[in-house]
Design a binder for this molecule. Structure first.
Ligand code: ADP
Ligand code: MG
Length: 374
């Protein structure tokens, strides 16, 4: 009986769509900057508006699964967007949580947070342990939790738990499960055990980043938490659930991609994975695609079994309210809104291409800012 129930859970073919949330961080004015006030604001728990620069009396409105305003706490983001998908991972299903958005908009704050304001990663890992510990032993399953941690930088897969490793290959087994041969996988027995591996690996990444010129904003940090359960009465019977927690590269690369021929190529090379992710999400969400282009980049290939299909996926698009982010915000919202369209076909959306002058000005401001910080 229990076996039959478990099988139907594991083989659930119901299509889970990508849930999309947008999080607006608080206004952070620099002392020497002209304070124009915010260019984007929340309307309610699902809607926001951004000023239309072509006509400042107009705004463009967007609708999402969730909108988190600047006062939203880390706890609220976790409870409403992430916690509900975690039980599936114990049932042999896959899940993924992404933080998307331009550099400076709050991706790392959302995923990692600080010791005072813990982000999605520490909360989710703690919750997975809580869920496993709360399981009734009489159910007949034994659970084992493990972790891997990698970075995708310039289409290279690098093991953050084994810092000297080379680019690793991505493979698919006969059951269409994606795996990386040679990737370090550590069994973890508690949250503090997790932390003892994760913290030094994250620090490694930060150190490497400063040496390699903004690398952290150009690479995807991918944490994998794997829950394997074994049926006690029949040891070869196992189910594996994978949870991917991802701090994506800054979407400003993608912004440059969309607008000019040469830049498009350049940016594609800098961050093919982010560009392909937008195509994959688009294609999953439109529901009409014949082929979802998972194989076109390392990130999407890695996530092939954990994004779309029967997987549970959440994207948190982080945006910033300052005018200098206008272009980045606009493109992040359009990226996120496309995935929303999949599921909400009756929803009509005003689309306004930002005027060329605005685009140029926003980009110049952004580039000046980047140059100033390097
Ligand atoms: P990203 O990882 O997208 O480049 P960060 O997470 O580093 O951006 O955020 C940029 C800055 O904004 C950091 O100083 C961060 O602490 C702050 N920040 C981001 N989101 C929030 C928030 N929701 N509340 C308060 N501060 C935030
Ligand atoms: Mg960051």
């Amino acid at each position: 009986m229990a076996q039959r129930v478990a099988l139907s859970e594991g083989g659930n073919k119901k299509h889970s769509r990508v849930r999309v949330a947008v999080r607006l961080r608080p206004f952070l004015a620099q002392p020497d900057e002209r304070d124009d006030g915010p260019c984007v604001r929340g309307l309610d728990s699902q809607n926001l508006e951004i000023i239309n620069w072509r006509n400042a009396t107009e705004s463009v409105k967007y609708h999402f699964d969730a909108f988190y305003g600047e006062k939203t706490t880390q706890q609220e983001v976790f409870l409403s967007s992430v916690k509900p998908i975690l039980p599936h991972v114990l049932n042999g299903q896959n899940a993924s949580v992404f933080a998307y958005g331009p550099t400076g908009a709050g991706k790392t704050h959302t995923m990692l947070g600080s010791s005072e304001q813990l982000g999605v990663i520490p909360r989710a890992v703690r919750e997975v342990f809580n869920l496993v510990n709360a399981k009734d032993a009489n159910e007949g399953w034994d659970y084992k939790i493990g972790m891997s941690y990698l970075e995708i930088y310039n289409e290279k897969v690098l093991d953050l738990l084994s810092p000297n490793s080379q680019d690793l290959p991505i493979r698919e087994d006969k059951d269409k499960n994606i795996f990386i041969p040679g990737l370090t996988h550590i069994t973890i027995s508690s949250f503090s055990d997790f932390d003892s591996h994760f913290v030094p690996a994250s620090l490694n990444r930060t150190t490497a980043s400063t040496k390699l010129n903004q690398r952290s904003s150009r690479s995807h940090a991918v944490l994998l938490i794997k829950v394997v359960r074994t049926w006690r009465a029949l040891h070869h019977r196992q189910q594996t659930g994978k949870l991917y927690l991802i701090d994506l590269a800054g979407s400003e690369d993608n912004r440059r991609t969309g607008n000019q021929g040469i830049r498009l190529k350049e940016s594609g090379a800098i961050n093919l994975s982010l560009f392909t992710l937008s195509k994959v999400v688009d294609s999953l969400n439109s529901g009409t695609a014949i082929r979802v282009p998972y194989r076109d980049s390392k990130l999407t290939r890695l996530l092939q079994d954990s994004l779309g299909g029967s997987a549970h996926s959440v994207m948190i698009a982080n945006i910033a309210p300052e005018y200098k982010y206008y272009f980045d915000t606009f493109s992040a919202l359009n990226f996120a809104a496309k995935s929303k369209l999949i599921v909400n076909k009756p929803f009509t959306r005003e689309t306004v291409a930002p005027p060329v002058l605005t685009v140029k000005r926003a980009r110049e401001t952004h580039e000046a800012q980047e140059a100033g910080t390097e």
